[in-house]
Design a protein around this ligand. Structure first.
Ligand SMILES: [Zn+2]
Length: 294
């Protein structure tokens, strides 16, 4: 059985995967101290109890990872940690692979999509992340920075300052936070049912579905930024399909269709007809993808 581990800000989700399906699950609370020792202990207890034989272990991590070395997991507060010695202590001689969580999710989604061998996943959450799979293998890049598309310079119009220190990054307008920022910026320019205080990206997308002027304006602006970003990414990586996942993607068809329309405006003629679709595995993509890293 392959073990896929998806490390999140509040919980660590462990799946025991066989034939691309999660057969058993474990959830461990995320802590700053001794997180991986905790996870290993829980897995060990579980496999001993159920008499499961582990063939490989893969871990998807929410941050910058080089090989099995965590550079930084900003939301958890872990940095400069090689997880290999920890796993080796509990599971000697079992292969361990690690990558960024968006890469793991990209691989998981791709494995669930029969004809596809290369794919790019874009996660729209609090930030914007990306993951690349070519020939069924995750590509981390020379600096393990391959998926950091949230910091691609896309928004020339507002030039908002990003959390990374740069200006006009994709995630300043296309993340959940960015969507709310745009709605507040243009609030007074449109008729809207939305309330300015405590706005959420979901409310704005829901308003767009009901033809709310402000909602539609923001949806178009976000889709335009994503369409342009995808046209640039596709020129560099030339993959079969793009998957759009993360909380914002719950907006569904209205978002995907606008992204496709905008993509076509920017795309080179030879790549106009690529597949851009909703990610369908949700949280399981990260677990299944992690399990097949090795
Ligand atoms: Zn940035």
């Amino acid at each position: 059985m392959r073990v896929g581990i998806d490390v999140g800000g509040t919980t660590v989700k462990v799946g025991f995967v066989d034939n691309y399906e999660i057969k058993e699950r474990l959830v461990v609370k995320t802590t700053k101290d001794k997180l991986f020792e905790d996870v290993c202990e829980k897995i060990k207890e579980f496999v001993d109890l159920k008499n499961i034989k582990i063939d490989s272990i893969g871990v998807g991590l929410p941050g910058h990872v080089v090989g099995t070395v965590i550079d930084k997991l900003p939301n958890i507060g872990i940095e400069n940690l090689d997880i290999k010695p920890i796993f080796d202590k509990y599971f000697p001689n079992i292969e361990l692979k690690a990558t960024n969580d968006a890469n793991a999710a990209a691989l998981g989604e791709m494995l669930a999509d029969n004809k596809v061998k290369s794919a790019y996943m874009i996660t729209l959450g609090t930030g914007v992340g990306g993951g690349l799979v070519i020939d069924s293998k995750v590509r981390d890049g020379a600096h393990a920075n391959c998926g950091e598309i949230g910091h691609m310079f896309i928004d020339f119009v507002h030039n908002y300052k990003c959390s990374c220190g740069l200006f006009g990054c994709l995630e300043t307008v296309a993340s959940a936070t960015g969507i709310v920022r745009l709605a507040k910026e243009y609030y007074d320019n449109f008729e809207t049912k939305l309330k300015k205080d405590n706005l959420t990206a979901k409310e704005i997308m829901d308003a767009a579905k009901e033809n709310d002027e402000l909602g539609l304006f923001v949806l178009n602006m976000v889709s335009d930024a994503l369409g342009r970003a995808i046209s640039i990414i596709e020129l560099s990586v030339d993959v079969d399909a793009f998957y759009i996942g993360g909380g914002v993607s719950m907006a569904g068809d209205i978002l995907i269709n606008r992204i496709k329309d905008n993509y076509k405006r920017y795309a080179h003629y030879a790549i106009k007809d690529i597949d851009i679709k909703l990610a369908k595995l949700g949280n399981d993509a990260g677990i299944i993808g992690a399990a097949y890293l090795s």
